[in-house]
Design a protein around this ligand. Sequence first.
Ligand SMILES: NC(=O)c1ccc[n+]([C@@H]2O[C@H](COP(=O)([O-])OP(=O)(O)OC[C@H]3O[C@@H](n4cnc5c(N)ncnc54)[C@H](O)[C@@H]3O)[C@@H](O)[C@H]2O)c1
Length: 303
Amino acid sequence: MKILVTGGAGFLGSHLVELLLQLGHSVTVVDNLSTGFAHYVPQPAQLIVHDIRDPLESIFHENRPEVVIHLAAQVSVPHSITDPAEDASVNITGYINVLQTAARFGVCKVIMISSAAVYGTPQVLPLTEDSALAPQSPYGLSKMVGEHYTRLLCKQYGMAYTILRPANIYGPRQQTEGDGAVVPTFLQCFAVGRDPIIHGDGDQTRDFIYVEDMARAIVASLKAGDNRTFNVGSGVSVSIRDLWHRLADLVGWQREPLFGPERPGDIKHSVMDSTEAIRTLGWKPCVDLSHGLARTVEWWQSR
Ligand SMILES: NC(=O)c1ccc[n+]([C@@H]2O[C@H](COP(=O)([O-])OP(=O)(O)OC[C@H]3O[C@@H](n4cnc5c(N)ncnc54)[C@H](O)[C@@H]3O)[C@@H](O)[C@H]2O)c1
């Protein structure tokens, strides 16, 4: 299949492209390298360094993709708060440009990577796809609006779609900058001999999904889940304190954890119900937290 991946030079994108190539697909990556890296894009995928807000016609004309997988995004929640217009220009306006160009060039299906941030603070756990959407940041809002545009424009233009809402993704190649993801933030601190700060009491919980499991959910959506929206998580609730101890053990960190003030607006607990994805996509998470963290630490130590 000819597949165009926006944001394919990023953390998740690079794992996805690797998997698509292994499966024999022909892959074109469109990425402006704002947070991605050219060397993350494996051969023989073609990298086109380009901003999704700029005209995309010639790229679609030359590559004629059958499927578009949309990952390119302004991914930083803090940045979305300081510059909501920039966030919206990438995550909404840029994405509309992708959708319209895809329709014009006869793309059959769009797979949009949304986020658990569309839910805001969960009222009931675990989160199901029917849980209320109440984003608490411009990032969550722009992802929610992107979802609505997907449903509306794909219907209007006759394209199939699947929307995936990932939990917290972690794994090799994840950066500390940007969205301030907790796993690389802790590992970066350990690497330079600095104590990572656990905000609050550390009892807050999250759902962590290994990046290769996430990439497999996207691949499963190539052939299933048309016109549906799915949560994609491990379904396992892990406290930040537990995460700290697991990582500290793996890197051989000797000191006790340091705690800092709770961050205003931080969600206390979040875990996803991915039953629908498991049932419909024929997918399930395969890499448990201990193996996923071990592989992540191995990558950090090999850098
Ligand atoms: N990492 C997570 O925990 C997580 C959780 C939920 C959803 N997501 C979503 O998954 C997708 C991938 O995120 P990631 O964690 O790999 O982050 P990432 O920053 O590594 O990847 C985003 C990619 O998009 C590219 N990009 C950004 N703006 C662009 C633009 N205007 N034009 C072209 N390319 C542009 C970046 O250069 C980068 O390669 C994003 O849509 C993100 O919102 C990630």
